[in-house]
Write a protein that binds this ligand. Structure first.
Ligand code: IPM
Ligand code: MG
Length: 359
């Protein structure tokens, strides 16, 4: 029995998570695998109902589950709330409270979607990388933090970048383990020329590399990395980096891969995981059946693989998505008017994946 939590959230989050769950239910039912799904409100939806972005009860649902399926949170309606009450806080609390320190963000380009990338075809063709982002430490959670009054009437804003040896070691290990199953290259990204904390990062990662002699380790400063990602994206295999650098570089990698609407993610602590598309709630297209559900559907595939060791079923979903793309189905974000393609909505895209799974 798979114990799942479903937090669809706001905006297109509800639409794309809805399709992911339909695909998942179809697949599990057709393989007679039992599951239970408990739903909860998060983000703006929770704020509107309970006055906070996530409640203790909802956090408990997540803690009790084997895996959490997450849509997206946020929207203009809640943007002016104090930071503690903003929808994004739900996501940060879930990551922190469940200690989901390892965030995996694969970015690969489908040949058929090469036109969807704003970069030149020859540059992006063959791109296949995995960003391993530290998710529960760094500047996102470091103390002290806040905005403080100074005696002269000015204000002072503080956030703190902190990492301990242990935090760096555990994320580095994840990156090396993943690299072993791929092209055996780890790139650690830091700003060690300026920030002591990331000099520690570099040194600790180098120490961990000693246990993985079969994997090649290189280092890059984050500014250079953001340039090389655009210049030669296919050179990258596994990138391991801090919470904030990973946030930024993963958005950049999504453009290399065509559309942010295609990229799934897993946030893990061992087998326990939360699975979400890397895109946000896209209020501009919410409720219009326009959003691309493939990132959410691919996140469900990651869930089967990482939380339940159901690699074969995960591959089934991934193959079905590939086939649907091959067959020309395109939501607006990946539509380029190429011959043999058709523009479809969120629900039709989800249905097309299920139809493929039926074959
Ligand atoms: C992401 C998002 C989040 C982050 C926001 C919504 C808090 O940008 O998952 O990349 O900054 O981690
Ligand atoms: Mg981000």
């Amino acid at each position: 029995m798979l114990k799942l939590a479903l937090f669809a959230g706001d905006g297109i989050g509800t639409e794309v998570a809805g399709e992911a769950v339909k695909v998942l239910k179809f697949l599990l039912d057709s393989h007679s695998i039992g599951y239970e799904i408990e739903e909860g409100l998060v983000g703006g939806a929770s704020y509107d109902e309970y006055g906070k972005p996530i409640t203790e009860e909802t956090l408990k649902i997540a803690k009790d589950a084997d895996a959490v399926i997450f849509g997206a949170v946020g929207g203009p309606k809640w943007e002016s709330l104090p930071i503690e009450l903003r929808p994004e806080k739900a996501l940060l609390s879930l990551r922190y409270d469940l200690d989901l320190y390892a965030n995996l963000r694969p970015a690969k380009i489908y040949d058929e979607l090469i036109d969807a990338s704003p970069l030149k075809k020859d540059v992006v063709r063959g791109t296949d990388m995995m960003i391993v982002r530290e998710l529960t430490g760094g500047i996102y959670f470091g103390q002290p933090r806040g905005v403080f009054d100074l005696e002269d009437g000015q204000k002072k804003g503080i956030n703190t970048l902190v990492y301990t040896t242990k935090e760096i070691e555990r994320i580095a290990k994840i990156a090396f383990e993943i690299a072993r199953k791929r092209r055996k290259k780890v790139l650690s990204v830091d700003k060690a020329n300026v920030l002591e904390c990331t000099e520690l990062w570099r040194n600790v990662v180098a120490g961990v590399a000693g246990e993985y002699k079969d994997v090649e380790l290189t280092n890059m400063y984050v500014d250079n990395c953001s340039m090389q990602l655009i210049r030669q994206p296919k050179n990258f295999d596994v990138i391991v980096t801090t919470n904030m650098f990973g946030d930024i570089l993963s958005d950049e990698s999504s453009m290399v891969a065509g559309s942010i609407g295609m990229l799934p993610s897993a946030s893990l602590n061992g087998k326990k995981g939360m699975y979400e598309p890397i895109h946000g709630s896209a209020p501009d297209i919410a409720g219009q059946n326009k959003a691309n559900p493939l990132a959410a559907i691919l996140s469900a595939a990651m869930m089967l693989r990482y939380s339940f060791d159901m690699d074969t079923l995960a591959e089934k979903i991934e193959k079905a998505v590939e086939k649907v793309i091959k067959n020309g189905y395109r939501t607006a974000d990946i539509y380029s008017n190429a011959p043999g393609t058709k523009l479809v909505g969120t629900e039709d895209m989800g249905r097309a994946v299920i139809d493929e799974l039926k074959k």
